[in-house]
Structures are given as structure tokens and as C-alpha cells.
Design a binder for this molecule. Structure first.
Ligand SMILES: [Zn+2]
Ligand SMILES: [Zn+2]
Length: 366
């Protein structure tokens, strides 16, 4: 089958941000060092763009897990343009397909079934999804949000303004134009891209599955740290309607804290949580499933040992017969009889030991 056409715009963006980051940044550091203002600018824009994806594109628009004030939505729309990950409308449309058809080889836009690289960024390098580029029927609800549509319509202008205009402004204000373009622009985009892409690649391969094994999504604290809480992906895939991803108090989920804080200030409402008994039921089901698997493999071991015992009992019987027969046969000398007797006795000792062990295992299994 012929491969879909290459998407040169995406390829150029990814290679440029990569090359400028890995070549330009060390060069700049060697020549100028890194000022505090550049570190602050990088971090601030990284957080703004990153949390606009997690709190805005993902938990607000893709999954409708809460409602929020138009001012917050505008901040998300601008931060989303800053993240350079397409419009919220397009992003949410892809993401809803991902949830609906997770792991399906064709229907999941970034299916891990096509490999780590495909899920990470390969899916964006060719026109794999061309058939649904302009089909926004799965985000009809979002088309009623004027802020989403405003961002979608002016996406190009907004993304240029945010990714060139804002770093340039920071550069002029701090007197470090090249440094700001480099760190608040290129390096920040590069880091933001790959940490987000990890959710489609790493969070579907690396980590635990405490809630469900019906899909490849994993819970992973390290990823959660890098992605504002999105690393609890196993929970997210089974309870996508929950505004939280990390539900335990010790799980790192700043996006959840952001949404809860917005609600506290009256800027968000209708925060959706999954019934905790349903969550507990999912956990119990997984524990039961694992216990059954363990029990099945344990009973396989016991069955094998039982067969070994029966076989050695047979062997014991035939050895005994051989010994008795040799003893009653006057032709055989005593040395041979003694040898056969010794063999029989040692086998018997072994058998007794094995039987004791088998009995102990049976007791512990009961
Ligand atoms: Zn996923
Ligand atoms: Zn999701």
C-alpha cells in the first residue's frame, strides 16, 4: 500500500525546533550563559502553554469535565496557540477519536499499536488522518463555543503572535532578543511538544495498570511530573469524564489543583468526579483478575509436582520389586542385593521429602 503524503509543514516545525534547541541553545550558553530572566520566561511560557493543553484542550474541551469562565477560556486559547499543537477544535477532535478507538490500528489517530514512534510523533508526519481533516462532527458541542471557534479561525495569526511576538517582546523588555527567541521560543516549544507527546507514546507503554487492562494506558508518576498530572493515564482512560487524573492526595496533578483553585475563586463550576465506589470497584476487579492469574499459575505448579510424585512412587515400587527379586534369586551375589537395597532406600527418602513439601504447599494454597 502506498504511504500517505508527507506533511512538510509539521516536519519542518519539528526539525527546526529540534535542531535550534540542540545546536543553538548550547552555543548560546557557551557564549552568553543563562540569565535568570530567561529561565523565568522559559518556565512561565512552558507552564502557560502546557497547562492550556492539559486544563484547556484536554480536560475542559476534549472531555468537558468542568465549565469555566470566558476569561479563563481565552487564556487557554492563547496558551494553546502558544503550545503549537493545532487549534483546540482540531486537537479535541483527534483526542475524542483516540479515546473512542483507543489502540485500534487505524481508527485511533495516535495508536500505540503502530509502535512507539508512530504514537509519539510519526502520526503527525504524514496525512494518515486526511479523511477526517475537516470532519468536526465529533466536536459539534465545541463549535458552539465562540472562543474555540475564534481560536480555530485565527489559529495561524494567533500562533505566530504567541510564538514569535511574545518571545520577541520578552527579548526587547529584557534586552536579550536572541536569548528570548531561543529559550522562550524554540527550546520551550521543543520541551512542550515532547512532554505532551510522551502521553501518547510513553503513557501507553510504561507504568502500572491499576484500574483496567482493557487498553494500553498506564499510570506513571514520572510522566505525571513532566506533564502537569497527565501521567495517570490508566485512570484517565477508564474515567475520562473526571476532572482529575491523579486522584490520590499524594499523586502529582497540578492541572487538578488548577481547576480546583479556579472553582474556589468562582471561575469554574460543575467539576465532575467519578463515584468513588466505581473507582474502588475497578481496582478490586483488577486485584481479583491478578489473583486469579496467580492462582492459575500456582495450581499449574502443584499439578506438575503431583505428577512427579506419582511417577516417583511408581519408580519406588519397581525398585523394590527388583531388590526383592534379586534377594530371592540364589544366583545373584549379596553385593548386588545390597546395592539395590541402598538405591531403593535413598529413593524412598527422597520421595518422603518431596511428599512433605507438596503437602506444605497444598496447605498454604488452601
Ligand atoms: Zn491515551
Ligand atoms: Zn483524554
Amino acid at each position: 500500500m502506498k504511504k500517505p503524503a508527507l506533511l512538510w509543514l509539521n516536519i519542518s516545525i519539528f526539525s527546526m525546533t529540534f535542531l535550534v534547541s540542540v545546536i543553538g541553545a548550547p552555543l548560546y550558553l557557551a557564549l552568553n550563559g543563562l540569565s535568570t530572566s530567561l529561565v523565568v520566561a522559559l518556565l512561565a511560557l512552558f507552564v502557560w502553554s502546557g497547562m492550556s493543553i492539559t486544563g484547556g484542550y484536554h480536560r475542559l474541551w476534549s472531555h468537558r469535565t468542568y465549565d469555566t469562565h470566558p476569561v479563563v477560556r481565552v487564556i487557554y486559547a492563547l496558551g494553546g496557540a502558544l503550545s503549537l499543537q493545532n487549534s483546540a477544535l482540531h486537537w479535541a477532535s483527534d483526542h475524542r477519536e483516540h479515546h473512542k478507538h483507543v489502540d485500534h490500528i487505524d481508527k485511533d489517530p495516535y495508536s500505540i499499536s503502530r509502535g512507539f514512534w508512530f504514537a509519539h510523533m510519526g502520526w503527525m508526519l504524514r496525512e494518515y488522518q486526511a479523511h477526517r481533516y475537516n470532519d468536526y462532527s465529533n466536536v459539534a458541542d465545541l463549535q458552539k463555543d465562540p472562543i474555540v471557534m475564534w481560536q480555530h479561525k485565527h489559529y495561524l495569526a494567533l500562533t505566530l503572535l504567541m510564538n514569535i511576538g511574545v518571545p520577541l517582546l520578552i527579548g526587547v523588555l529584557t534586552g536579550q532578543v536572541w536569548g528570548a527567541l531561543l529559550f522562550a521560543g524554540f527550546v520551550r516549544i521543543f520541551l512542550g511538544h515532547h512532554t505532551t507527546f510522551f502521553i501518547n507514546s510513553l503513557a501507553h507503554t510504561w507504568g502500572k495498570r491499576p484500574y483496567t487492562e482493557r487498553n494500553t494506558a498506564r499510570d506513571n508518576g514520572v510522566l505525571a511530573f513532566l506533564t502537569f498530572g497527565e501521567g495517570y493515564h490508566n485512570f484517565h482512560h477508564i474515567f475520562a469524564g473526571d476532572y482529575r487524573n491523579g486522584i490520590r492526595w499524594y499523586q502529582f496533578d497540578p492541572t487538578k489543583w488548577l481547576i480546583a483553585s479556579l472553582a474556589w475563586f468562582g471561575l469554574a463550576r460543575n467539576l465532575k468526579r467519578t463515584n468513588k465506589y466505581l473507582i474502588e470497584k475497578a481496582r478490586l476487579e483488577m486485584m481479583w483478575l491478578r489473583a486469579q492469574e496467580k492462582r492459575a499459575s500456582f495450581s499449574d505448579v502443584l499439578e506438575h509436582e503431583y505428577k512427579v510424585l506419582i511417577d516417583s512412587l511408581r519408580e519406588l515400587n519397581s525398585r523394590r520389586r527388583a531388590w526383592i527379586a534379586a534377594k530371592s534369586d540364589a544366583i545373584n551375589d549379596m553385593a548386588q542385593v545390597k546395592e539395590l537395597k541402598a538405591q531403593y532406600k535413598s529413593l524412598k527418602r527422597n520421595f518422603r521429602q518431596e511428599k512433605r513439601q507438596f503437602r506444605r504447599q497444598l496447605m498454604s494454597a488452601a
